[in-house]
Design a protein. Structure first.
Length: 54
């Protein structure tokens, strides 16, 4: 009986990971990558500017 209890731990962890993964994927679609890509474009523009002076 104790062995069955130890087998339930990885089973519950797997179910929990699957639920979290499906939730994370669902919110990722709703959020999109637009703001992150805009921020990266601004970062690249700032790094490409030439600065003169000390």
């Amino acid at each position: 009986m104790a062995a069955l209890a130890w087998l339930l731990i990885p089973l519950m962890a797997g179910i929990g990971a699957g639920l979290w993964g499906s939730w994370a994927h669902r919110t990722r679609k709703a959020r999109s990558d637009g703001p992150e890509l805009d921020g990266y474009a601004r970062f690249r523009e700032a790094m490409e500017k030439t600065h003169t002076g000390p």
